[in-house]
Design a binder for this molecule. Structure first.
Ligand code: F6R
Length: 236
């Protein structure tokens, strides 16, 4: 595990964007696993800036996102598909048809989970996975539980996750109660993982995840077992 301490959020974002652009420059048809939330916004901004300068080309990149709220259409402003379009996909030369997010409106959740796993497999797995971590240790929406869920699944979001995500909605009631998330196996099979953590109030959970026992009660703790994990932090 490599830990990189950045000066501030901007510096963390530049460092994470540097790792991602190096990946894309070296391997233009990389499969990038992407995250949403407040942690990666600056990373995407930086990638867009470098794209505009002509430094990085996304034309052959494929992407798979970690998660999506169940019940939200991709055009809904709170959906993760919308977030990705707004912060990255609409701003660079990526082919939209090569960007994948679970379908929040899928009629059959079991089929949707199978479809998403098969899709990741058909892409040859993930080359670089960008991750944030929740205050309860979740990665993607793999919430604390009694066992690690390996494959894509539908989760009931924990009350603390609903509270944390209320900032993006009008009220806690408006936050969907379920989400699709990539499983721990797909995340752990990514060749490289970059975890970005920027807020001081995540210091405790980060310590537990990186140095505590590996347990599904702290889903991020599984990352200790990954052979190529880079953690970029600031303010911690
Ligand atoms: C989002 C995701 C989540 C977030 C986590 C941290 O796609 O996978 O695990 O990374 O909830 O969210 P922020 O960055 O908003 O603190």
């Amino acid at each position: 595990m490599k830990i990189i301490k950045a000066k501030d959020y901007k510096d963390m974002s530049r460092k994470a964007a540097n790792i991602i652009s190096a990946q894309v420059i070296l391997y233009p048809n990389s499969v990038l696993g992407l995250a949403t939330g407040s942690s990666p916004i600056g990373t995407y901004e930086q990638l867009v800036e470098w794209f505009n300068k002509g430094d990085v080309d996304f034309s052959c990149v494929r992407t798979v996102n970690l998660d999506e709220y169940r019940g939200l259409d991709g055009s809904n402003e709170q959906s993760y598909r919308h977030f990705m379009n707004e912060h990255l996909f609409d701003l660079v030369n990526i082919e939209k048809s090569k960007t994948f997010v679970p379908d929040g409106l899928a009629e059959n959740p079991v089929e949707e989970c199978k479809r998403y796993d098969a899709l990741i497999e058909s892409l040859g797995g993930i080359d670089l996975q960008l991750l944030g971590i929740g205050h309860n240790g979740h990665i993607g929406f793999n919430e604390p539980s009694e066992a690690f869920e390996k494959t894509t699944h539908l989760v009931d979001l924990k009350p603390e996750t609903i509270v944390a995500n209320t900032r993006f909605f009008e009220s806690a009631d408006a936050v969907p109660k379920q989400a699709y998330t990539m499983g721990i196996k797909s995340i752990m099979q990514a060749k490289k993982i970059v975890l970005i953590v920027s807020s001081e109030d995540k210091a405790d959970i980060l310590k537990k995840a990186l140095y505590g026992p590996v347990t599904p009660e702290v889903p991020g703790s599984i990352l200790q077992l990954h052979p190529d994990l880079t953690v970029v932090t600031c303010g911690i």
